[in-house]
Design a protein around this ligand. Sequence first.
Ligand code: SF4
Length: 323
Amino acid sequence: MQRYRNCKLCPRQCGADRVAGQTGFCGESAVCRIAFAGPHYGEEPCFSGARGSGTIFFCGCSSQCFFCQNHQISRGREGRAATEDGLLDLAENLAKRGVHNLNFVTPDHFWPHIERLGRRLRERGHTLPFLFNSSGYQEPAMVPAYAGIMDIFMPDFKFADPELAHTCMRDRRYPDITREAIRRMVAAKGFLEPWDDEGRIIARRGVLVRHLVLPGYVENTRQVLRLLRAEFGPLLPLSVMSQFRPVETCLEQGHLDRTVTAEEYDQVCDLVGEMGFERVFIQPRAGDPDFLPDFSKQEPFAGNVKQADPAHLPAGDAFPRTS
Ligand code: SF4
């Protein structure tokens, strides 16, 4: 709990005394809050498999992008407090349900809780891979601690353009911070493995980078891909996502107020090919609304209910994700 005093867990370095009830830029005190825990079938196929990825969605976020697809929990107040024992119960119940991994969604600002949870789970004999599912905007100095517990890193790389980063999440340093954090993730765990083009083999370890294409910003995507190609080479596993949906703040601001067009996504897929990336998940069509979350519901992802019923399995060419 001491690490929540004068909190420096993320790059904002606010110094909030979260134990005293203060909330920093992430919006959360030292009371760990979660919004949803359950098997999720909308991740990349190497994580969701047939039995789902065992997601635990944490409330709050250090990035605070105005377009956040999970805005109800990243800056809204949906969610509930969870004790250390409550977290352990949730995680063990997921494990009992046969999920392929435990997937900690937006975990960095609650790292002291998650680190302890991870240690307890290992002490109790759980061998499932632990997945750190994040914005990419992580404090690089924290990565070795994450790597001591986590098996898989799935960071976003959202912005290569500092000005776009500033507009969206108020930190021009995003590209530099995220590149350094991912460098350290790759140094600690390597690239995602085993790699299978079809995604039929469940991943156990390593790094996969996600990029959400933003409407009207193919150039930003080009710069992100260039940067990743130059830094990590063509074998870096990537997930390039088309599923962006405008949320209310996008409509209010008149910015990012539409979906990505088929032409834009085609351009992006061409860029991926031209740059020679060899390990890439793409979404051949725009995001399935069944996987747009509504965290005011007990099951936020309608698609999860359908996936659990084989009569409703989708065609299999869309994999809407958690971010
Ligand atoms: S985790 Fe929250 S309180 Fe801590 S430094 Fe980051 S934004 Fe501030």
